[in-house]
Design a protein around this ligand. Structure first.
Ligand SMILES: [Zn+2]
Length: 506
């Protein structure tokens, strides 16, 4: 990106993703978010002398699966290493990670959906490591406390090559990594809970000389939008410095999303020397080609391909295809509804409008939907056959979230609630007659040509039907009844007459 100063942006992401294992990577403590501080910690987590780590095989499998999802080569031998540094959230004084011999190398992903067309960017490596604990600053007025629950949560660190050229590309890379890892179930990828997070590295390339500028790292970038904003903000900051004849300092900065700017965290004059060495308590990690191939067969369809299939083979609008291709729970619901006979368009509309509205209002996650696509297909079949109005379907849907009986038999639930539309419109005619009888003054007004009275009567009829009637069918029934015996002078049987009859004294 030429930013008008003779410099172009060079950016690389380091993405950390917490793996969704049942237990931690080096001990048997549960791997769970949101527990009371220090309730999920043991001597290994706390780094007590003599505590010995045992590598979690499931964490290795998920890391390999993630590597395959990012088109990496999986190395048959990799080595766990100690990275020595002292920080209070890592009580043993070193982190168990991988250094010279990581598990996954030489991957890439295709960035699509960009104005300039798709572009492939490289992933240098992805390695397995343990997460650190968390410092809680000022939780009790003064001082800092430490929560060790996150110590030893399995992490995959994905190191992207400095191939990104715009802030949008950085955000897109983050999204695609999320899409792919979420699809294979290696992580819930919740940025708001920290299970997916990024550090961004930004420098400027001098286009005249081809010289790379000083690289600045920005930490604490916790949303897709923040990735894009942090990269853009850092590029502007470095341009300002260079434009004023200054020198960009090598440092690590902390992103403040509220202020939309970063602030210095620590300076780096040289590369950190962590004195890595092979972890003596863990043997080298070996993975055979059969095991890698077995995991490769577990790779699912990814959202980008799924979106294309929804659009090109199932006939969805691209916007709907995009909305339904992820997260996996949404795609599953949509596909199982279609497999049970729902039309893809109708299922997409209903999910987008009714199901998502309900989820938003109830603060639920798509994974919390308590029924399957078959239930949805049954509900949509009743709507499609004209036995249930859309507004009635909404009420049945609400029950389906609370009651498994309603979810198993949506039409039965509609029946119980009196929402089924009676065939032949006979029931609607009865209803219209009742409403007309209850509001003689409005009928009088209508006969006098006051068309507003019809809207009033229709509103009363809709209320009476408690959402169990198709508004169009109910309006027709009302017109039919009002132009029948006792109501002849209303003379209103349809919109054409209605226009002609306006202002016509009865
Ligand atoms: Zn533990």
């Amino acid at each position: 990106m030429n930013r008008g100063t003779g410099h172009s942006l060079v950016c690389g992401l380091e993405i950390h993703v917490e793996l969704a294992t049942r237990t931690k990577v080096l001990c048997a403590c549960p791997n769970r978010f949101g527990a009371e501080p220090n309730t999920l910690a043991c001597p290994v987590c706390a780094g007590l002398p003599g505590a010995l780590p045992v590598l979690n095989a499931e964490a290795v499998r998920l890391a390999v699966l993630a590597g395959l999802a990012l088109d990496c080569t999986i190395r048959s031998r990799s080595v766990m290493a100690r990275k020595n540094y002292f920080y209070p959230d890592m009580p043993k004084g070193y982190q168990i990670t991988q250094y010279e011999e990581p598990l996954c190398v030489d991957g890439s992903i295709l960035l699509d959906d960009l104005p300039g067309g798709p572009r492939r960017v490289r992933i240098e490596r992805a390695h397995l490591e343990e997460d650190a604990g968390k410092l809680l600053h000022d939780a009790f007025g003064t001082g800092t406390l430490v929560d060790l629950n996150r110590c030893g949560v399995p992490l995959l660190e994905i190191v992207g090559a400095p191939d990104l050229r715009t802030p949008e590309e950085a955000r897109r890379m983050m999204e695609i990594v999320r899409d792919r890892l979420e699809a294979c179930g290696v992580s819930d990828c919740r940025m708001e809970e920290g299970s997916l997070r990024a550090d961004v590295n930004v420098s400027l390339l001098d286009e005249a000389t081809g010289q790379f500028g000083t690289r600045v790292e920005i930490k604490n970038v916790n949303s897709f939008r923040a990735v894009e904003r942090a990269v853009a903000s850092e590029a502007r900051r470095q341009e300002r410095i260079l434009g004023a004849g200054g020198r960009v300092v090598r440092e690590t900065r902390l992103w403040d999303d509220g202020r939309g700017e970063s602030r210095p965290m620590r300076r780096k004059e040289t590369d950190d020397d962590y004195r890595y060495f092979p972890e003596p308590d863990l043997p080298a990690l070996r993975i055979g080609p059969e095991e890698v191939e077995a995991l490769r067969r577990r790779l699912p369809e990814f959202p980008a391909e799924r979106r294309r299939r929804y659009r090109d083979e199932m006939g969805l609008l691209d916007a709907d295809a995009l909305l339904l291709c992820r997260p996996p729970a949404v795609a599953r619901l949509f596909e199982s509804a279609c497999a049970a006979g729902a039309s893809p368009r109708a299922a997409a509309d209903f999910l987008r409008v009714e199901v998502f509205r309900h989820l938003n209002r109830a603060g639920l996650d798509p994974a919390d939907v308590p029924f399957g696509g078959e239930s949805l297909a049954r509900l949509l079949a009743a709507v499609g056959a004209g036995r249930l109005a859309p507004v009635g379907a909404r009420r049945v849907l609400e029950r389906m979230f609370e009651d498994s009986g309603a979810a198993a038999d949506p039409e039965g639930e509609a029946e119980r609630q009196g929402l089924l539309i009676r065939s032949g419109g006979v029931g609607l005619d009865d209803l219209a007659r009742r409403v007309a009888a209850a509001h003689p003054a409005a009928c009088q007004d209508l006969r006098a040509g006051k068309e507003k009275a019809f809207s009033f009567l229709l509103g009363q009829a809709m209320r009476e039907a408690r959402g169990g009637a198709d508004p169009k069918a109910l309006a027709e029934a009302l017109r039919r009844v009002l132009s029948g015996p006792g109501h002849e002078s209303a003379g209103l049987t349809g919109p054409a007459e209605q226009a002609g009859g306006k202002g016509d004294p009865a």
